[in-house]
Design a binder for this molecule. Structure first.
Ligand code: URP
Ligand code: ZN
Ligand code: ZN
Ligand code: ZN
Length: 486
């Protein structure tokens, strides 16, 4: 046969266009787009369905130890299966360098975790918590093996970097065409507030939100944008939870800086009232930065609509509610003894589709940009992934736009014992996901074997299609010669 697979009769949408076409797949890549294609060894009938680039999940914690050393509930098998059931054909979890670990050592460890288990293609963002001279000198080895993004933290005592260390990372990343991602919250505001709350006996989950005020995010985003602008390095601010933070990102980019950001479903769909649920139930809704209020949700939605955010990512950080996970300090744990993070890798896209596209807040093409195309560009996966085009990998999600569901734990296919979105109603559901032409999920059935996903060596970030240009106050070449970049 001419094609290994033909996807017939669907409505294709990319970040820019919507059209009817058949897709011919050979050797894992899209090789034909035409009104009518014959000659597929296999066919998938997509009549009445939407045929979209597979989701690319750019922010998730899979088989990763948290800063306090707890292993996430999902490994690369359950994490990738859950991602695929949620419409994703590729994900980029974190490889976390903890203090004392080398770069190659960290990446080798994550290769050993991912390669035998993942059912979708994957790469890693390298978390750097200890940028010693030796580690900085070793970073080019990460770029050489196709890991072209970092994540750094401005908070968490065991992870946080100071401003000088942030400048080190930003300038090395820039010199290699890599992207720095940052968790931006002011560490001292959080510590100062937490100490007073705990001294006053305010220990319930709801006080977690009070200890992470919006101003802690606003201050840190403002500071890290300044640092990135100073060395003219691109920056990606993760999990923005406040309109104040989003506004800083929007303004910086309008002024020409290459500053990108994401928000997450928890900030669009949950509020701090969820933290007030009885007993320790509120712990299920604890993440950092915290979920906020309804006015914040509305304001963040306006930023999603207006294009402030490159992506909506899950920040899937799965810690089970039973004693092995969230409640590190036992059944009466104070908020500081509760693991930060919640699951959601399977719900990111159904929630965004239902509340975004079906409710008319964003177009289908914006949905594709937010779920796949922009992540491919910012994280160096494009043009292989993130769109439906001749030559691209056949990473495809086929959606039934009319299927309605009530969110339940059983549909998550993760290793968790709860979903924070339980009981919500959604319209639109991903039925089939192909990764390089392989059916991973076919009409709701898992088809792929553990280890069938492959590591993707990523290229330098492609910021060409995104707004922003270079306007450095510090011009490294002119002011410092080559010496600025270690
Ligand atoms: O609460 C969260 N988000 N936990 C995961 C780690 C992080 O900060 O992204
Ligand atoms: Zn974070
Ligand atoms: Zn995270
Ligand atoms: Zn199922």
């Amino acid at each position: 046969a001419e094609y290994d697979l033909v996807v017939l009769g669907g409505t294709i949408a990319t970040a820019s266009d919507t059209f009817q076409a058949d897709i011919g797949v050979r050797d894992g890549r899209i090789v034909a787009l035409a009104e009518r294609l014959d000659g597929g060894a296999e066919t998938i009938d997509a009549t009445g369905r939407l045929v979209l680039p597979g989701g690319i999940e750019g922010h998730c914690h899979i088989e990763q130890e948290s800063s306090s050393g707890i292993m996430s509930a999902d490994d690369y098998y359950t994490g990738s299966v859950s991602a695929a059931f949620g419409g994703n054909s590729c994900f980029v979890p974190f490889a976390a360098q903890h203090k004392g670990m080398g770069v190659t050592e960290t990446l080798d460890l994550y290769d050993s975790r991912a390669a035998p288990k993942s059912v979708i293609d994957y790469s890693y963002h390298l978390i750097i918590s200890d940028p010693s001279e030796a580690v900085l000198a070793e970073l080019p080895k990460a770029f050489a093996r196709g890991v072209t993004s970092f994540k750094v933290f401005m908070t968490y005592d065991l992870m946080r970097l100071g401003d000088g260390q942030l400048l080190d990372i930003l300038s090395v990343a820039k010199a290699h065409g890599a992207l720095t991602m940052v968790h931006a919250e002011n560490n001292d505001i959080i510590k100062w507030t937490s100490k007073r709350l705990l001294e006053g006996g305010y220990t319930a989950p709801r006080y977690h939100a009070i200890s992470h005020p919006a101003l802690a995010e606003e201050e840190a985003i403002n500071r890290v944008i300044s640092l990135a602008k100073f060395v003219d390095a691109p920056l990606f601010v993760v999990h923005v939870s406040t309109p104040e933070g989003a506004e800083l990102v929007r303004r910086a980019r309008q002024a020409g800086a290459r500053i990108f950001a994401e928000t997450c479903p928890q900030y669009l769909f949950l509020t701090r009232e969820d933290l007030d649920r009885p007993g320790m139930e509120g712990a299920k809704f604890m993440c950092s930065p915290p979920v906020r209020d309804a006015a914040t949700q509305d304001a963040l939605w306006r930023h999603v609509e207006a294009g402030t955010f490159a992506s909506v990512s899950s920040d899937h950080a799965p810690y089970r509610f039973d004693e092995t996970g969230k409640l590190m300090g036992g059944p009466n744990a104070a908020f500081k003894q509760i693991a930060n993070g919640m699951p959601g890798i399977a719900m990111r896209l159904p929630l965004l589709f239902s509340e975004g596209v079906v409710k008319g807040r964003i177009s289908l093409n914006q949905f594709v940009a937010l779920s796949s195309t922009n992540a491919a560009k910012t994280f160096g996966l494009s043009p292989k992934k993130g769109t439906i085009a001749i030559g691209a990998d056949a990473d495809i999600a086929i959606w039934d736009p009319n299927e309605t569901r009530t969110v339940s734990l059983a549909d998550q296919h993760d290793a968790m014992d709860y979903t924070p979105f339980e009981g919500m109603r959604v319209t639109g559901w991903p039925r089939t996901v192909l990764s390089r032409g392989r059916p991973v999920v076919l009409e709701g059935e898992l088809k792929a074997a553990a280890g069938s996903g492959a590591f993707v060596a990523r290229g330098t970030v492609d910021l060409s299609g995104l707004p922003g240009h270079r306007t450095p106050e510090l011009d490294p070449a002119r002011n410092f010669g080559a010496r600025i970049a270690p």
